[in-house]
Design a protein around this ligand. Structure first.
Ligand SMILES: *[C@@H]1O[C@H](CO)[C@@H](O)[C@H](O)[C@H]1NC(C)=O
Ligand SMILES: *[C@@H]1O[C@H](CO)[C@@H](O)[C@H](O)[C@H]1NC(C)=O
Ligand SMILES: *[C@@H]1O[C@H](CO)[C@@H](O)[C@H](O)[C@H]1NC(C)=O
Ligand SMILES: *[C@@H]1O[C@H](CO)[C@@H](O)[C@H](O)[C@H]1NC(C)=O
Ligand SMILES: *[C@@H]1O[C@H](CO)[C@@H](O)[C@H](O)[C@H]1NC(C)=O
Ligand SMILES: *[C@@H]1O[C@H](CO)[C@@H](O)[C@H](O)[C@H]1NC(C)=O
Length: 623
């Protein structure tokens, strides 16, 4: 049997890549095919034999009937010598079956390469095609020559490439490599196909800040430039990465300009071009959503997408004495007060003792109130001109002074720490609280913010939209451009503006003082999500481009660009900025001083009138 070496070759070829399911399209008689079936079952390969000489009706839908499998990889053997072979290759090309899921082994007894290129020069072959062409060498019947057949993209200007690989010598029981005829065996298939210089990719290029009918030079100039990094930053990050891919792979690009990301989640705009395969690649990365993932494959994370509501803490424009009372709890204040009064009483007793029993003659005997005043003076770190003369009394006095010294230091350091510490934050922390608050809210004009607000199923977003937009007398007034919005947030504490964070940060850094930055509050409008570079699920360049992008992520090129184009945090110089104690902190002091003066004046008047009344009664008594 002359076919035995061929059968051995087929089995060898499958086992080499550990494939154990195969479709065999042949035109042998059952008797001729039997040894192959036997060989395959001995080697543990599941095979289905399809005779191409049968009724052509059975072969009208090869893709659906035979090759539509759930297996990750299936081997297909096709004998090009059969009459119906062309029909099989034509159908497979139309159904785009030359991809990484099918391992094709074409066999042509005569090795007619003209025929091969006639069959395949227009076929939908692509970069990830796994097609091997085997032919018998004329001089030695047991020697086969294998060729690698691929096209870097037939629909993108690629040419059919048939590269000779190796020759194998097979007998009925054994196969071995005789010669390597090129250096294909040195690397993986993809490595040999990396040079895409003959390919022209269709690139969906997104620019939303310029009119889309501007000249291509103007649009390209914008994408390439470094100025105004906040504009279309996400699209420009992606564009930079595509340029790096271009440097490595050498493909050409045909730009298709568009001005919107998407119209309906996965359709329309730039993502629409990816999902309906009218473009291979897209400059802008996208948030992977459930609907989109049915069509596209996320390659690597390129940047963060954070929509936040931003506002300055509204000062409740009044007296804020709390800072000066906060260091101690009320119980501590009361205990301290009680201690001072107790100390005052003790001092008064000491003075009395000294005067009465120890004859340490003071000029006059301080009253109970004066000794309380002395102990209060000690609390305020004030000395006193009245001092006990006895050693015990002095010790007691020193104890009072020491206690108040410690208290005072404790108190001042806490006040200072509080003033230097983090600026006052608002207690509004969730979207629901924001919706229920009395604050005014403004939104960015970009379509995706509006879409999210209007169509989100989240109850807090719905209530925000209902309370802050629909109940407004003029609902259109809530939509503001980012620069207007950010300036309004600065000038009107308590006004809330919602937009993409890195976009707002640009204007915040432009218009705000560090002090104003430090009392900004942020609430997340939607969960923070990353944006991913996307490619169509069935794209033949998916593996190659994903590998490249992963390399760029690993080497930090991606984060370099995303740091340049999108800001993720604000610099507030928190270590060096000066705290100004405003009137809202100092006012209570002045007011309490004023009140004390009025009180003292009142008491003085009271005493005066008391004295006058007393003198008058004495006079009247004398009289
Ligand atoms: C296969 O396709 C080519 C061109 O696409 C056509 O010329 C040829 O007739 C087709 N052959 C069969 C058997 O359908
Ligand atoms: C390539 O595939 C497309 C469908 O994706 C099909 O319309 C076209 O006819 C195919 N081309 C050839 C030459 O088979
Ligand atoms: C090779 O195939 C082509 C087209 O199928 C045919 O015209 C030619 O005669 C064949 N050459 C040989 C040597 O069989
Ligand atoms: C086919 O590929 C090989 C190696 O990748 C290359 O040297 C050769 O020039 C290519 N031929 C054509 C026609 O593209
Ligand atoms: C097949 O070839 C191998 C070595 O190439 C040899 O050892 C073996 O004996 C051969 N078998 C037959 C049946 O010729
Ligand atoms: C672009 O289109 C707008 C209307 O859609 C038009 O007013 C404008 O003149 C066009 N610009 C250019 C450069 O063609």
């Amino acid at each position: 049997m002359t076919n035995l070496p061929l059968y051995r070759l087929i089995v060898f070829n499958l086992l080499e890549i550990n494939l154990r399911s195969a479709m065999v399209f042949h035109c042998w008689s059952p008797r001729e095919a039997y040894p192959l079936a036997k060989l395959m079952s001995e080697s543990g390969i599941f095979a289905q034999f399809i005779d191409l000489q049968q009724d052509p009706e059975h072969l009208a839908n090869i893709h659906k009937d035979y090759l539509d499998s759930e297996l990750p990889k299936l081997a297909v053997f096709l004998d090009l010598g059969c009459e119906m072979a062309e029909s099989v290759t034509n159908q497979s090309s139309r159904a785009r079956l030359y991809n990484q899921n099918l391992h094709w082994l074409l066999y042509d007894e005569a090795g007619n390469l003209t025929k091969l290129s006639h069959l395949f020069h227009q076929a939908n072959l692509s970069l990830n095609a796994d097609v091997t062409h085997a032919s018998r060498q004329e001089e030695a019947q047991d020697t086969f020559v294998l060729r690698d057949v691929y096209n870097k993209g037939s629909h993108l200007g690629g040419q059919l490439n048939v590269t000779i690989d190796r020759s194998l010598q097979c007998n009925q029981s054994h196969c071995q490599v005789r010669d390597y005829l090129s250096d294909l065996h040195l690397g993986s298939k993809l490595q040999h196909r990396m040079d895409l210089s003959s390919i022209t990719f269709r690139l969906a290029a997104l620019v939303s800040v310029l009119p889309i009918n501007s000249s291509e030079e103007a649009l390209l100039e914008f994408l390439n430039s470094d100025r105004d990094a906040h504009m279309d930053s996400i699209s420009r990050i992606g564009y930079r990465l595509i340029l790096h891919c271009q440097e490595v792979l050498g493909f050409k690009m045909h730009y298709i300009w568009c001005g919107t990301w998407s119209v309906q989640d996965a359709f329309g705009g730039a993502i629409g071009m990816l999902t309906n395969e009218s473009a291979e690649i897209c400059t802008t990365p996208f948030v992977p959503s459930w609907n989109r993932l049915h069509y596209v494959h996320p390659m690597t994370e390129q940047a963060q997408f954070r929509a936040v509501c931003m506002f300055r803490t509204p000062h409740n424009a009044g007296i804020k004495a709390a800072v000066f009372l906060e260091p101690f709890m009320p119980s501590v204040w009361f205990a301290f007060m009680a201690l001072l009064i107790f100390a005052g009483v003790m001092l008064w007793l000491i003075f009395r003792l000294e005067r009465r029993w120890m004859q340490k003659c003071l000029d006059f005997m301080p009253s109970l109130l004066s000794s309380c005043l002395i102990s209060f003076g000690a609390a305020c770190i004030q000395g006193s001109y009245l001092m006990p003369k006895s050693a015990g009394g002095r010790l007691a006095f020193i104890a009072v002074m020491l206690t108040s010294f410690l208290m005072y230091n404790y108190y001042t350091s806490i006040v200072v720490a509080m003033l230097l510490g983090s600026p006052v934050r608002s207690n509004i922390r969730t979207i629901q609280q924001l919706a229920d608050s009395s604050l005014d809210v403004g939104f960015d004009t970009v379509p995706f913010t509006k879409t999210y607000l209007v169509s989100s199923p989240r109850p807090d977003i719905r209530s925000l939209y209902k309370q802050k937009v629909e109940t407004k007398r003029d609902p259109n007034s809530v939509w503001l451009s980012p620069e207007e919005g950010v300036i309004k947030v600065r000038d009107q504490p308590g006004f809330v503006y919602t937009s993409e964070a890195s976009f707002m940060y640009h204007f915040v850094e432009k218009h705000y003082l560090p002090r104003e930055i430090s009392d900004l509050n942020e609430i997340k409008l939607r969960p923070e999500s990353a944006v991913y570079g996307m490619i169509h699920l069935n794209s033949t360049y998916r593996q190659l481009l994903t590998q490249l992008q992963v390399r760029m992520l690993e080497t930090g090129i991606t984060s370099k660009h995303s740091r340049f184009f999108s800001k993720t945090k604000l610099h507030t110089f928190s270590n060096s900025f000066v705290i100004q104690v405003g009137m809202e902190y100092a006012a209570p002091l002045f007011i309490s001083l004023l009140v004390a003066y009025f009180l003292a004046l009142g008491i003085l008047l009271l005493e005066l009138s008391w004295a006058r009344w007393g003198r008058r009664t004495i006079l009247t008594l004398k009289l």
